[in-house]
Ligand binder design. Structure first.
Ligand SMILES: C[S@@+](CC[C@H](N)C(=O)[O-])C[C@H]1O[C@@H](n2cnc3c(N)ncnc32)[C@H](O)[C@@H]1O
Length: 286
């Protein structure tokens, strides 16, 4: 095949992704072209404008990635990386891909640690998956010590890789129900993005339904099985005045506030994300 312009190849790829319902086809085509050529997305756009050519080997590698993306493999599995706050996390099969809305939820925990008078406050991320929230806390609040718990051995392996260089982070393979009991009564902040999808509410997007692990998504009949355990466990972990932060689905704020109030939490409050959806509930240990 003769050399083609990058512009023509990227345009054709975006049209193919659009035809199968990929939500941001041009962005994905540009990011995958960048992945093949070792360029950032802005550099791909500049190369397109300049009329750069793409050689046969790169075009073949790009075509293979576009075919996989058209089959709705997550973009982040194809590039092997997911952006989260200032971090780039390694992700792939077996681990939940961190989402932009969780970046906003993580801010509550980062702020609480930054404002804590303790010179070395403890933070805990239960259900850490790739380690995204835990690593954000550990790197943005370097004087804190962060503990992260993950039950799935596959996800734990990704978290291990992502957090290997963080000296102030301890990663534990285990169940949030009984992990870290040596910290009871000492923790400043507990944060969790638990599985919260009701078992019957199977997600529409194939990227989520087929590629995020079931253990990361489903939380029993009403979606709140893990949240109930989390409430009990966090109550024991936190010191008086400590903060609990829970990410949840947009329709679960009321139920979670009621559940927390019942368990004795002070001032359960639900917050919206940037798209005005209820997304996180926070509460204080009395
Ligand atoms: C929605 S994912 C969140 C991952 C990560 N915190 C994030 O925000 O990207 C939920 C994670 O909880 C883990 N998990 C589920 N049940 C658990 C339990 N009982 N104890 C610890 N981790 C659990 C899943 O394996 C999955 O990695």
């Amino acid at each position: 095949m003769p050399e083609q312009t990058l512009a023509a190849v990227v345009r054709a790829a975006a049209e193919r992704l659009d035809a199968v319902g990929v939500p941001d086809p041009l962005i994905d085509a540009e990011l995958l072209a960048g992945h093949v050529r070792g360029l950032r997305r802005g550099e791909v756009q500049a190369a397109v404008i300049r009329g750069d050519m793409i050689d046969e080997a790169d075009a073949a590698a790009f075509a293979e990635l576009i075919a996989r993306r058209a089959a709705r493999e997550p973009l982040q599995h194809l590039t092997g990386a997911a952006a989260f706050r200032h971090l780039e996390l390694a992700v792939g099969p077996g681990v939940f891909v961190p989402r932009p809305e969780t970046e906003v939820v993580a801010q509550f925990a980062v702020d609480a640690l930054l404002n804590d008078p303790d010179p070395a406050p403890l933070g805990v991320d239960l259900c850490t998956g790739s380690g995204a929230i835990a690593l954000a806390m550990a790197t943005e609040v370097p004087h804190a010590h962060i503990f992260a718990v993950e039950l799935s051995p596959d996800a734990h392996a990704w978290a291990e890789r992502n957090t290997a260089d963080a000296d102030n982070l301890t990663l534990v393979l285990g169940d949030l129900a009984d992990a870290l009991d040596e910290l009871d009564g000492t923790v400043a902040v507990v944060i969790s993005n638990p599985p919260y999808v009701p078992d019957g509410a199977v997600p529409r997007d194939p990227e989520v339904r087929l590629h995020d692990p079931a253990m990361a998504l489903y939380g029993g009949e009403d979606g709140l099985d893990v949240v109930r355990v989390l409430s009990t466990r966090a109550m024991r972990l936190l010191r008086p005045g400590g903060l609990l932060v829970i990410e949840h689905g947009e329709l679960q704020g009321g139920e979670i506030r009621a559940l927390l109030a019942e368990d004795g939490w002070r001032a359960p409050t639900t917050h919206r994300d940037l798209t005005q959806r209820d997304r996180a509930t926070i509460a204080l240990k009395p």
